[in-house]
Design a protein around this ligand. Structure first.
Ligand SMILES: [Zn+2]
Length: 282
């Protein structure tokens, strides 16, 4: 199942790479391919507070922040709540037996307990994972194949034994974290220019660790900026690599849900389609 709301296309900031067009193109492409979409509801304040501090929530709600990458826009609280709400619904759907994907923006994995950044206001995946733990899921693995390190997700889950966080990312690059693994956070920093073969070798190593961890649920931070033509990074994945990535995650045979993070090239719809096919998300 795919969650989407055209409301997430309503906000934009001139010249910003995280634009409504990138998501609109994916939506229109998948729609033409026969995919169907479920409408979403905003996340409740209580659920945002499972992860974020009251001060952070207030900052977003009252537009009292400044970050050069993460624009302060009217109603951004509502859009960020909607994206987090879609993440919760995707997790719920996975737990009910159907793999799912949220095609909403803003993304989330750079938002920490008490900060925003990197185009992210609330950490969608962290909210969905924490909610699932609260519902009684014993162990959850987060697989983050966005080409940037999910510093916010690490900030939130470092030391949480019920969560294994796996991230593959270019290093050095924004946000400058993820050079080494720490406790339950497994980081694979990759040099700029890294080839697909090297990326996939580390990815499979990470997937093996996920298998040993034996989670009951898999949450995927699905960013597509490790794609070879992406303007923000210098990694070299092909469109077809995302099919393999999806297949490897699905081969763990656990309930899974995935959320859109980054991905800024025009080929984003093809990358997403391949991942959905590989992961068996319809
Ligand atoms: Zn990214």
């Amino acid at each position: 199942m795919i969650f989407f709301s055209s409301r997430c296309l309503e906000y934009s900031f001139p010249g910003h790479p995280e634009s409504p067009e990138r998501v609109r193109r994916v939506y229109e492409y998948l729609n033409r391919k026969g995919y169907r979409f479920e409408e979403v509801k905003p996340c409740r304040k209580e659920d945002i507070l499972l992860v974020h501090t009251p001060a952070h929530l207030k900052r977003v709600k009252t537009n009292s922040f400044f970050d050069p990458d993460t624009p302060n826009m009217e109603n951004i609280y509502q859009y960020a709540s909607l994206s987090a709400g879609a993440a919760l619904q995707a997790a719920k759907q996975a737990l009910e037996g159907e793999n799912s994907f949220s095609l909403l923006r803003p993304p989330g994995h750079h938002a920490g307990k008490n900060y925003l950044g990197g185009f992210c206001y609330f950490n969608n995946i962290a909210i969905a994972v924490t909610w699932s733990l609260k519902k009684g899921v014993d162990k959850i693995a987060i697989v983050d194949f966005d080409g940037h390190h999910g510093n916010g997700s690490e900030d939130i889950f470092l030391g949480e034994k019920r969560v294994l966080y796996l991230s593959l990312h270019q290093y050095p690059a924004y946000p400058g974290t993820g050079e080494i693994s720490k406790e339950n956070c497994l980081n694979f920093p990759l040099p700029p220019g890294c080839k697909e073969e090297q990326f996939m070798r580390f990815f499979l190593e990470g997937i093996n660790k996920v298998k040993k961890f034996s989670p009951s649920l898999i949450a995927v931070s699905a960013g597509f900026d490790a794609y070879k033509k992406d303007p923000l990074l210098n990694l070299n994945l092909e469109v077809e690599t995302y099919l393999k990535i999806g297949e490897e995650i699905a081969s763990l045979s656990k309930p899974l849900f995935a959320l859109l993070e980054g991905g800024y090239h025009r080929d984003l719809p093809l990358c997403v389609e391949n991942f959905l096919k590989g992961a068996g998300i319809k």
